[in-house]
Design a protein around this ligand. Structure first.
Ligand code: ZN
Length: 242
């Protein structure tokens, strides 16, 4: 099966539309969304509706739960908190009900998907170091765990002898002896200094993974952020990819 995998859209409709346009060109069997469809960006309702119409599954991220009061936002920075309040004021009851029932983890064939970490998805921790990876490898079924959350694409490989390798490349043919944790980056708020929207392809038979980067109209999203009274920093960071 060929999968399209997206994560961290964050209410950025222009980036999401560009990514779906790209994914339409691929011959995909399923589209999976790893969560954070909303939060930060100016089009939360529209993004939820579009992802629901295209994706086969949508996991919950911390920013999907935040406006529902389902996560502790005391650790959110001021921009995120402001955006959570703004987003909460824009969500329809129907969308709230939908987001509330989104799962935190799912398994397909030979891989697992979560938003944050497979060991404790509900804790919203990050996998940023080798130690984080070592802790998480025992906690998923199959050969690969796809994650989002940090907005930084990354491929972490656990060799059969326990060695951990970190790859910063956009393609990998999985070694049948290794296991992988792969961060698919962010559609709507990339933080790897590359402002283009990220989305991923995975062929479960050939064990081939590829990360795509897609241009979109950043200026349009920035204008909407400012027009709708969201913090200017949230617009500025989109052009910088950070
Ligand atoms: Zn996110």
């Amino acid at each position: 099966m060929r999968y399209g995998i997206i994560s961290d859209i964050h209410g950025n409709l222009e980036a999401l539309e560009a990514v779906f346009k790209e994914l339409e060109k691929q011959d995909l069997d399923k589209i999976l969304c790893l969560g954070d469809v909303i939060g930060y960006g100016p089009d939360p309702e529209e993004c939820v509706a579009l992802v629901r119409s295209r994706a086969d599954i949508i996991l919950a991220g911390n920013h999907d739960y935040a406006p529902l009061g389902l996560v502790d936002t005391s650790f959110f920075n001021i921009y995120a908190k402001t955006a959570v309040e703004w987003t909460a004021s824009r969500l329809s009851d129907e969308t709230r009900t939908f987001l509330e029932q989104c799962p935190l983890r799912a398994e397909f064939e030979n891989f697992t998907i979560v938003h944050a970490t497979p060991s404790r998805p509900e804790a919203w921790n990050y996998i940023l170091s080798i130690d984080d990876a070592v802790e998480n490898f025992p906690h998923f079924k199959g050969q690969v765990c796809f994650i989002g959350h940090s907005h930084v694409p990354l491929i972490i490989e656990e060799k059969s002898d326990g060695r951990i390798l970190v790859h910063r490349k956009n393609m990998v043919r999985c070694d049948s002896e290794s296991r992988y944790i792969i961060n698919v980056g962010s559609v709507g708020q990339p933080r790897d200094l590359n402002p283009r929207a990220a989305c991923a392809l995975f062929d479960s038979e050939r064990l081939e993974y590829e990360l795509l980067r897609v241009e979109y109209e950043v200026g349009m999203t920035q204008r909407k952020i400012l027009d709708r009274g969201l913090p200017a920093f949230l617009a500025e960071r989109l052009a910088l990819g950070q």
